[in-house]
Structure formats: C-alpha cells, structure tokens
Design a protein. Sequence first.
Length: 392
Amino acid sequence: MKYDFDTAIDRMKTASVKWDDAENLFGEKDILPMWVADMDFKAPAPVIEALKDRAEHGIFGYTMRPESYYDAVAGWMERRHSWTIEKEWICHSPGVVPALSFIVEAFTQPDDKIVIQTPVYYPFTKVVEQNGRKLVHNPLKFEDGRYVMDYEDLKIKVSDPDVKMLILCSPHNPVGRVWTKEELIELGQICIENNVLVVADEIHFDLVYKAYQHTPFASISEEFANHSIICTAPSKTFNLAGLQISNIIIPNKKLRLTFSKTVENHFIGLSNTFGVTATEAAYRHGDEWLDQLMDYLQKNLEFMTEYIESHMSEIKVIKPEGTYLVWLDCRALGMGAKELERFMQKEAKVAFDEGYIFGKEGEGFTRVNIACPRSLLEEALKRIEKAIKTIR
C-alpha cells in the first residue's frame, strides 16, 4: 500500500513529550519542536491493526515473549541485515538506554573507565557518570565536512587497564555516520586487543540511506560477537518509543547470563503487552512502510539541503548517511553555545537539540529531526531564515 507521510497529524493532547511539553521545556508557546528522536508519522498499518486486535481482546495481564516474537526478530535481522542470530541471544530490556545502564552496572565496577566518541548521544554520558564510572573521551575527527574515528587516540586511551568498555554509536547520533565494515574492524581489533568490551547502540540500524550499508558489529566475526553486546529496538524504525521495548542481542553466553541476571535484579523481566504485539507485527510486515519512509526522508534531506544552500549560507549541512537526524554546522553565525540555543528558540522559534549537549565538540552545531511532513520542515527552515536575516 501507498503510505502518506505528507499529512500533518495533530499530536497535541496525546501526552506527547515532543509536542505537549514543548512550551514547558523551551518557554515559548508557539515553538516548533524538532528535537527529540520521535517521528511525526503514523506507525505501519499492520502494526496499528495488530494493536487494535490486541486491545479488543480486553485483557492485559502479565505478558511473555512468545516463540513467534523471537522468530520475528531473528527474521528481520536475517532479511534486512544479512545477520543470522540465534533466538536465545535475544534479551529483554524496556529500552536501549535502560539496557546501557544495566550493562554498565553488570560489567564494570565503580571508578572503572568507559570510552565514548563525542559528539555523541548525551545519555551515554549519564549512564556512565550516574553509575559512578569515569568517562574517557575519544572524540571523532571532523575532516573535510565528514566525521571519522581517531584510532591513534583510541589506542592510547584503551591501553589504560582501567578502561573496561567502549560504547559505540552505530549509526552515529548525532553526526549521521554509518560506519563501514573496515572502520568497525579497526575499532574492534583495538578494543579486543585491550580486553575492552564493545557495547554497540545500533538503535538507528534500519534508518540508512540507499548509498550506505549498516554492518552489525557482532556480525563481523565470531571473535567480535563474543566481545560485544548489540542494542537494538523497533522504536526508532517504526516510531514505537512509547511502547517501551528493545532487543539486546548477546551471542556470548556468559555475558548474556550476566546481563539477564542484572535485569532480573531490577524486577523488569516482563514485557509491555503492546510492545510485544507491535514489535512482532513490525518485524513481520513493516518492510514496505520502512522502504517508503526512507524514500521520503531522502527527499526531506534533499529539500533541506537545497533550501539552506540557497537561503542560509551561514549554515552547513553535514550530510547524514543514516538516521533521520541532521547535524548542522552553525559556527559561521559567530555565536556561543548558549547564544545559539537562545537564538533558535527565542528568535527563530524552533526547538532543536543544541550541539553542546552532545559534548564540547558539538558547540556551534545543532541537531534537527527531519522525520516530519515536509510542510513542517519548510516552516522550520523559513523561521530560521527570517531570524538570520535580522542579524545579517
């Protein structure tokens, strides 16, 4: 079927963090929210129908993950990513960020060190520091308008015996890189040689533009699989974040048992009833919707790039290879981090995730969510253009 991504859907009064809480969060009544990674599109029709059928049953008791659930997850990995996984590798968590916290708790000790590659998804910092561990930064290098890993710096950092883990963002949020297999191999070899566990947040793994290919870290080799934990979820792919479900894939049995025990210790072993239903429906019947979504996002990206190049030469688009999040270089506006934030919110009346929250390397940048009808994206761009004209 043909899906409609152009029609704007009113999300107010749905307890939406993105929309209903925008005025409270940003202090502006008429602000346009394009910050949190939450799409303004309906989920695939088969998912909605499956949820309706489940709701009509009327009983919502304690819910297990049936065999058909595991089959659906494994089938998706094989079909979309050419990765054959065993069903017993799939572990439960109510979300990827909670899973990261459980992993830090399970596999490191207080004051152990954990590497992150900034600028990077800001909850990485929180799950490390709030668990009493120490952050080690291995900043990405920004070269010729593209981000790459700094392997020489990484070698130095992980040679410290107190470094026990590296949290990898793949595809990378916010800079949009889809790491090549060769890049992942180099990173993996460095970590394995230094007995550093690689925890790969691959939640955006399905959202990759046609010229690129996502490689699941654990799919590279048996050695890589045994030294890694892969965090996935249907939430970003199908706009299901509110259903609180994820699939943490752990091929190494010892690591898997340790993780599962930690989850059990927090008494959250059971799944959200609707999360189970939606995940199975999405992974069985969501291909057509996802393919159309990626075509629409590609056109949104092209529209945004052309508009900015034509009307706002002060801003540069860092072309994403994956995700529906676009990293904008706003340094030519000559504003400090907080000044840029205020300018976007108070003058342009748009709410983005400002770059500095992803690490000091993000100062002068901002992250925009383009997973919305093109009319909303155009409105946001016009607001920014109008605000920039006032300061030229």
